[in-house]
Design a protein around this ligand. Structure first.
Ligand code: FAD
Ligand code: NAG
Ligand code: NAG
Length: 512
């Protein structure tokens, strides 16, 4: 069963345009770096190519397929500049590529889902792209308790493969994002309320380090690295495979989608606060709020939407549902009996959904909170309304996410490198701005309005700000994403110095 297409078309979920996916328009692709000739892509291709396995591939700017190999979900704003693209097929290919990069002194970057958006990715200049997508094997292990998946597996692949075997793993929301990318920085998900973060569900991994050596990391093997990659993982290596916990699929899910006009904004947030205060243990209940435009329903302002997802029967979910219904939505839809394997597609996060389109700028301005301040959210909403009035930004969406608290709070903060603040501040507020093209003024406008929205939210929450690492803009100070505990930061820095002294993994929330 799918979300009725009229809902997507009417933009009830995310009013983000035509839903064009996988654009290949050459003018929107990143500028190729053909002009960098020291060392040139073709020289790297010539020298590194023979060291790779037969199943690997290596492209230079002159190769057929070069532009397609560089398509990102966050371009042109995020535009790491590559002279070569390698698609490793084996762990040894990854090792050879890193050793060779070190030898000739060029940067490299692993790429899987291409949704990463911190500006630090743009520090890659004249680099080697290591596109992990060929390493996409998925095996359910014999005890049925874990699965081993390649470092290049995407969420849609693991959801399909495991759900066909009656299993599920803790991954993200969007099917077009990788398994590794979210997990290495924490990983929020539908299963979080019962299972914790994706990072809390990693049993072991194979990791290629900055010097090209490959190690197994687990509670028994290199425990310090195992601690670090679960939360600060993008800093320590390229993951070639992950062993993740899996669970039996037992029940189907329900989704309720409600749309409110903006005059309900204050009561929407105060109702949400009240419900969360009254019901602390809510099981698998996910609230996914979205400010988004839908001119059919309101030509002047964005709408205030809410998706409620829950597994099986849930008395508390019923209380949430009736409380929000009582606010008088202008639209409501209920979809029952959703199989786990269809949940993301039905919810509007599937591979062909608008959120998964490529070749558009993505920019987020996140805050993690423990309650909504309705006045602050109103102030932010007004800025969002102004930003999205012109067509150019009208497909942006402000995400208001609550994935559940109990299981993440139950994991001791010392267990891994996920910031303790990430465990205690369960609400994620993130205007996500989408627009096309590389016009400088558009980008400046997005940044200006984005900062104003973030500041508005912060005015309502006087504690020192915390930002989810995987939503970070790129300019944050370390304590804002890794947590403010001094000993924790010192440990991260010590491990970074030990395992990556030359900051080869320095492009995504880099620890300096
Ligand atoms: C539409 C959308 C939906 C999202 N939904 C969620 C969500 O539900 N939950 C959540 O927690 N986050 C979510 N995020 C944020 C997401 O966690 C980050 O954007 C993440 O970086 C995406 O990873 P990627 O592989 O898709 O992107 P990429 O840009 O390919 O990679 C991101 C970073 O991970 C590194 N990386 C990729 N593969 C590997 C590997 N095998 N080994 C080591 N490093 C690797 C890259 O080098 C890069 O630094 C979402 C983002 C978007 C844009
Ligand atoms: C929900 O939507 C249906 C039409 O789809 C409508 O008949 C009903 O009144 C709505 N309920 C509320 C509480 O708005
Ligand atoms: C690579 O780095 C690891 C971790 O610091 C170290 O244990 C290993 O000996 C190094 N390997 C080589 C070949 O230098």
């Amino acid at each position: 069963m799918r979300l009725p297409t009229f809902l997507l078309r009417a933009g009830l979920l995310l009013q983000i345009g035509s839903g064009q996916v996988l654009g290949t328009d050459a003018h929107l692709l990143r500028h190729s770096q053909d002009h960098i000739d020291c060392p040139s892509g073709s020289r790297i291709q010539r020298e590194l190519g023979p060291r790779l396995s037969g199943a690997a591939s290596i492209l230079a700017p002159s190769s057929p397929g070069w532009h397609q190999a560089l398509v990102r979900a966050t371009s042109p704003r995020i535009n790491p500049a590559f002279v070569t693209s390698v698609e490793p097929a084996t762990e040894q290919d990854v090792q050879e590529t890193i050793k060779y990069s070190n030898h000739i002194g060029v940067p490299f970057l692993a790429v899987t889902g291409t949704h990463g958006w911190p500006t630090t990715l743009n520090d890659v200049q004249g680099g080697i792209q290591i596109n992990m997508r060929r390493m996409n094997h998925i095996e359910l292990n014999r005890d049925g308790k874990t699965a081993t998946v390649g470092g290049g597996v995407m969420q849609h692949e693991i959801v399909r493969s495991l759900s066909e075997q009656g299993k599920m793993a803790v991954t993200g929301l969007c099917e077009c994002v990788s398994v590794a990318g979210p997990l290495l920085g924490g990983g929020h998900s539908m299963l979080q309320g019962r299972r914790g973060f994706a990072a809390d569900n990693l049993a072991s991994a194979r990791l290629v380090l900055a010097n090209g050596s490959a190690v197994t990391v687990s509670a028994e093997s290199s425990p310090d690295l195992f601690w670090a990659i679960r939360g600060a993982g993008h800093n320590f290596g390229i993951v070639t495979s992950l062993e993740v916990d899996v669970y039996d699929v037992e029940k189907t899910w329900t989704m309720i989608v409600l749309t409110f006009t903006q005059d309900k904004l204050e009561i929407y947030f105060s109702t949400w606060n009240r419900l969360e205060a009254e019901h602390t243990d809510v099981g698998l209940l996910v609230l996914n709020g979205i400010f988004a435009r839908n001119p059919v329903l309101d030509s002047d302002h964005p709408l205030v939407n809410l998706q409620i997802f829950y597994e099986g029967e849930n008395d508390v979910a019923d209380k949430y549902t009736s409380a929000f219904f009582a606010l008088g939505p202008v639209l409501n839809t209920t979809v029952k009996d959703i199989k786990y394997g269809d949940l993301y597609d039905v919810g509007g996060f599937g591979l062909t959904s608008p959120v998964c389109r490529k070749n558009e700028n993505i920019l987020g301005y996140p805050n993690s909170l423990d309650r909504w301040d309705p006045d602050a959210m109103r102030a932010g909403f007004d800025v969002f309304s102004d930003l999205t009035a012109p067509e150019k930004f009208a497909t942006s969406a402000w995400l208001l996410e609550s994935y559940g608290r109990k299981a993440v709070a139950a994991v001791p903060a010392a267990e891994n490198a996920v910031a303790p603040e990430e465990r205690s501040l369960h609400l994620l507020s993130s205007p996500i701005l989408w627009w096309a093209g590389d016009d400088e003024q558009d980008r400046e406008r997005a940044e200006l309005y984005g900062k104003r929205m973030q500041e508005a939210v912060r005015r309502g929450n006087p504690a020192l700000p915390h930002t989810y690492l995987n939503y970070a803009v790129g300019h944050e100070e370390l304590p804002e994403v890794y947590g403010r505990d001094v000993a924790r930061l010192a440990k991260l820095k010590r491990l970074k110095k030990m395992y990556d002294p030359n900051n080869r993994f320095g492009f995504y929330a880099p620890i300096r």
